[in-house]
Design a protein around this ligand. Sequence first.
Ligand code: TXA
Ligand code: MG
Length: 346
Amino acid sequence: MMTKRWSVDKNVDKEESYPQLSQAADLLKNNEVVAFPTETVYGLGGNAENDEAVKKIFAAKGRPSDNPLIIHIADKRQLDVFVQEIPEKAKSLMDLFWPGPLTLIFNVKEGILSNYATAGLSTVAVRMPDHPVALSLLKTTGLPIAAPSANRSGRPSPTAADHVWEDLNGRIAGLVDGGPTGVGVESTVLDCTDATPVILRPGGITKEQIEAVIANVHIDPALADQGQAPKSPGMKYRHYAPDAPLYLVEGTREKIQQLVDEKRQEGHSVGVLTTAENREFYHADFVFACGQREHLETVASSLYEALRHFNHTDADIIYSEMFPDEGVGQAIMNRLMKAAGHRVIR
Ligand code: TXA
Ligand code: MG
């Protein structure tokens, strides 16, 4: 399949973007799949009401069929079409954080969305992305659009159009290039079907931000305990992994350097994932810095790109620093732990 690629203005201010966006919207309306930027990561969109379109998403990604998709909307009124009821707490959160990186889980109305999109569950995940290109596409189609991250299953999520191209060129109908995304980690997934909402996946909106609105929020215990089955089907899969094995190291940079030296003496090609502050400290075959430790949102923003970088090197082992488990650091550590297959050197 030939993948069409359009380069559009991030703010959709320029008139030359309109015909391109309308071509992309036409493909979506014709039940083809198109990748587009959101404020978190690039998504691979398809008509959520159409089985064939949704099946194409799963096929292009190589995604297991028991992992449901997030439905993207541009207007809150679209919710009434396919959601049973909107709890008061969810309403307060939507008022404050939509559009934005917060996905809410509701009980689904039968018979409207493709069962492939919900993986046959009685609930549905919904969000309104905070990106002019995504919102413009959603409005033009008028459809609920199912959109997982636009990467091949298991790989780091794409934060630039080139990452999507690397993974999906030839497998999807179109790619709308709106430049790099901002937040860099995916949306927070919050289950609102119980009296006390539960965070199923930490993400762009922090636990602290949610607590400021609804006082009481739980975190799925499976996120901290590998022995338990997570409530979000996608959280059980290995994900975000670079090609070479990644190890997280708890301890000083001196300790990490010592590990690097040992492996290099054994003849390995060693990579280090760090931040700007420590960039010059390490001596390894490949050192990549993602953001500044002082500003965790800059780490989130460039984390996946840094993980992808290693795939363009011949590093055969990677060591990474760890980050504080608070604020957006919770999402960063969640993704790093998965990328490392939970290998931590203490
Ligand atoms: O930021 C994001 O959320 C990005 C952009 C493209 O919007 N999308 C994204 O989608 O991260 P995806 O498919 O990579 O992750 C969706 C997550 C998975 O862990 C999935 O299991 C979970 O949401 N999920 C979807 N529907 C669910 C449901 N009904 N109950 C529990 N978890 C659900
Ligand atoms: Mg994903």
